[in-house]
Design a protein around this ligand. Structure first.
Ligand code: UD1
Ligand code: UDP
Length: 354
């Protein structure tokens, strides 16, 4: 069986690490990796391939730093060329980025079977580019691997029971990674206090709205007077902060870090504040409370169970959530599977082929 894996952005490298390790155990599967180039800086891309021991991409398309249309369009053209040459049995895509959508469109037009990992998630906010990408990708897939019960339920509500598509609850591949990489965590060399908050911000809904971004940083600057905030800064956010000359003086801003350092930061922080999708779950994996700087989340089970507080970009709400935050309250829950999602995904693909 020949799988063509499409990767392009940081969270996809992290998710694919676990699945690629699983594929490597099966002699009956060959994986060809296409890196679209959506993320291209060394610390947004290469470091993950090295640390996670993902095989070097067979194809590097070099399509990054462009508008949605230019990026997705050029990816479609190039991925199509690769598919025509490689003739895979499956195209495999992860998550909800423009690279995901490009891979989905090519596979569906060429009648190649499409597997979507992290399917069924919804924010119900159609202004998010990710929401559009995930809805369109789900709709043209043959097999949908859902990380949560909510994701399965979302698809049911959209009528997927009546479609010729296999919906499988696989659990979350990020859980697999968190377990695997925990023992490999690496401490950073920057000045870190005993008690610190880990923060990341990169979502378009925050970076592309000056009022939201300013409110968030005003609140962070205030909190940082009391508790150190370490913020590995995404290049998109860095660019806009510089343009708007937003004050970050109280924050410990560092370049994006590799995953092994990130795991150390998550494991050792006292609180996570983020607008990242992946980091909301990782906070839970490492038993940390999370304050989410968004108006809604796809990971609703974290909010419902009291592990995550949604505060949007509201200055008062951010401060209040910080002031009232408590220690993580452990509960016997299995929200994201037991860390064997990759194994399940590969087994199901092999069964599908029979
Ligand atoms: C993308 C995804 C988002 C995901 C995020 C993970 C889409 C629509 N968005 O957002 O869902 O959460 O990746 O990080 O696919 N840049 C660099 N160097 C890089 C990468 C990006 O400088 O290595 C800068 C470029 O100016 C680029 C901008 O960041 O234009 C935005 O990058 P892009 O890939 O378009 O979107 P992200 O914000 O990273
Ligand atoms: N991450 C990382 N280094 C960083 C920032 C994030 O390794 O400097 C990891 C993070 O732990 C998570 C993944 O990148 O596993 C999430 O990526 P991101 O927040 O960019 O995207 P999202 O999950 O929101 O799509």
């Amino acid at each position: 069986m020949k799988i063509l894996t499409i990767l392009g952005a940081r969270p996809q490298f992290i998710k694919a690490g676990s699945v690629s390790r699983e594929i490597a155990k099966r002699s009956e599967i060959q994986e060809t990796i296409v890196h679209t180039g959506q993320h291209y800086d060394a610390n947004m891309s290469d470091i993950f391939f090295d640390e996670m021991k993902i095989p070097k991409p067979d194809y590097f398309l070099g399509i990054g730093g462009k508008s949605h249309g230019a990026m997705t369009g050029q990816m479609i053209e190039k991925i199509e060329e690769v598919c025509l040459k490689e003739k895979p049995d499956w195209v495999m895509v992860y998550g909800d980025t423009n690279s995901t959508l490009a891979g989905a469109i090519v596979a569906s037009k060429l009648h190649i079977k499409l597997a979507h990992i992290e399917a069924g998630l919804r924010s119900f906010n159609m202004k998010m580019p990710e929401e559009v990408n995930r809805i369109l990708t789900d709709r043209v897939s043959q097999i949908l691997f859902c990380p949560t019960d909510t994701a399965v339920e979302n698809l049911k509500n959209e009528g997927y029971d009546n479609l010729d598509v296999k919906v499988i609850k696989s659990g979350d591949v990020m859980q697999d990674g968190a377990i695997f990489y925990k023992s490999l965590a690496q401490k950073l060399s920057c000045d870190i206090q005993d008690n610190f908050i880990l923060c990341t911000i990169h979502r378009a809904e925050n970076t592309d709205d000056a009022t939201r971004l300013k409110n968030i940083f005003k609140a962070l600057n205030e909190i940082a007077k009391e508790t150190q905030i370490i913020l590995p800064l995404h290049p998109r956010t860095k660019k806009i902060i510089d343009e708007l000359q937003i004050d970050t003086k109280n924050l410990t801003i560092i370049d994006p870090v590799g995953y092994l350092e990130m795991v150390w930061l998550i494991d050792n922080c006292s609180l996570v504040m983020t607008d990242s999708g992946g980091l909301q779950k990782e906070a839970y994996f490492f038993q940390k409370q999370c304050i989410t700087l968004r108006d809604e989340t796809e990971w609703v089970e974290l909010v419902e169970n009291g592990f995550n507080t949604l505060v949007g970009a509201d200055y008062e709400k951010i401060l209040k959530a910080y002031q009232t935050s408590t220690a993580f309250r452990s509960k016997e829950l299995d929200l994201y599977g037991s860390g064997r999602a990759s194994q399940k995904i590969i087994s199901e693909l092999l069964v599908y082929e029979l």
